[in-house]
Write a protein that binds this ligand. Structure first.
Ligand SMILES: Nc1ncnc2c1ncn2[C@@H]1O[C@H](COP(=O)(O)OP(=O)(O)OP(=O)(O)O)[C@@H](O)[C@H]1O
Length: 303
């Protein structure tokens, strides 16, 4: 369990993280979203004890990162995949860390296999692509068999197959009771992966909650064989509708509610899904910013 409470940070007299609070429960994946410079990385760095907070607290299982006896066994962290020793091989990097974490050496081979670097384990990290460094960073984060993962832009540099693989890996980790917190600009990625969302804009949390519940605010697109009957049914349940192109209706409620009402009324639905834009619309309306919707984000360096 991650618990962030009233976390605040100033740089040069400017508040860049402003009383940020949220928590992440075991078995869930939380997406931490916000435009460039919103304060995501700074928040994650404070959570992982890399930057001091001006005020507020951040704990992992009730303990601040710096007071964890063997942090790598509790929390796996990947904040900057490019910050790895370029002169060592992937296998050496993991073997050194396995020693520090007191993990059995055979775990190194297992993890290289898991992240798809079995054949590249003997190559120097300096020759790795960004996607390979990201995979190595994930192996590193998973090395101590932690219950919590904190990942800053983990999909950066991964190709579509890599992103698909990452999704499965994180979902399985959460399904086994792990807690995942990941930041991303890639809204479609987060939409597909996270069950909880924390949206930050200008240092402040502007929305947080279940993904489905937050997306319901963006509305549902529904199309029935008999549009007028559907409109009457929804209106009868106190749900006003708006006309969309293609004969569809926009309604502000959960898709499940629309489906149930339609079924009760014996209506045939031809389409029922989150309204176009989904998370992107939500993000824009909350932060007034333009998100990155393709895999173009670049890693940042932190002084
Ligand atoms: N070490 C630092 N010194 C001074 N200002 C900093 C430092 N680190 C971050 N900032 C500033 O704090 C603000 C928040 O930065 P942060 O990196 O946390 O944002 P972010 O949401 O992670 O952005 P991005 O998505 O672009 O990585 C920015 O205005 C940034 O310029």
């Amino acid at each position: 369990m991650i618990d962030v409470s009233e976390l605040t940070k100033q740089y040069g007299g400017r508040t860049v993280v402003d009383r940020v609070s949220f928590d992440c429960a075991p078995g869930t994946i939380t997406g931490f979203l916000g435009p460039n410079g919103a304060g995501k990385s700074t928040t994650l760095r404070m959570l992982c004890g890399l930057t001091n907070a001006a005020s507020g607290t951040a704990t992992i299982g009730g303990t601040p990162y710096r007071r964890l006896a063997n942090p790598g066994r509790e929390i796996g962290v990947l904040l900057d995949a490019s910050a790895q020793h370029s002169g060592r091989t992937g296998r050496e990097v993991l073997t050194l860390s396995a020693g520090i974490l007191q993990m059995p050496r055979q775990r190194v081979g297992q993890l290289l296999e898991l992240v798809g670097l079995r054949d590249a384990g003997g190559q120097r990290v300096g020759g790795y692509s960004l996607g390979m460094r990201q995979r190595l960073g994930l192996a590193h984060a998973l090395l101590g068999d932690p219950r919590v993962l904190v990942l800053d832009e983990p999909a950066n540099g991964l190709d579509p197959a890599g992103i698909f693989w990452l999704r499965g890996l994180l979902r399985e980790f959460a399904d086994r009771g792990g807690t995942v917190l990941l930041s991303s600009h890639l809204l479609r990625e987060v939409e597909a992966l996270a069950d909880q969302l924390v949206v930050i804009g200008d240092g402040q949390v502007v929305a947080r909650g279940g993904r489905d519940e937050l997306l319901a605010a963006a509305g549902v697109r529904v199309r029935a064989r008999d549009r007028q009957a559907l409109r009457r049914t929804l209106a009868g349940a106190g749900l006003p509708t708006q006309e969309l192109e293609g004969g569809a209706l926009l309604v502000h409620t959960a898709a499940e509610t629309v489906g149930e009402l339609a079924a009760q009324a014996g209506l045939v639905l031809l389409e029922l899904r989150a309204a176009d834009g989904g998370l992107e619309q939500l993000f824009l309306s909350l932060t007034g910013d333009r998100p990155t919707t393709t895999d173009q984000a670049q890693p940042r360096e932190h002084p």
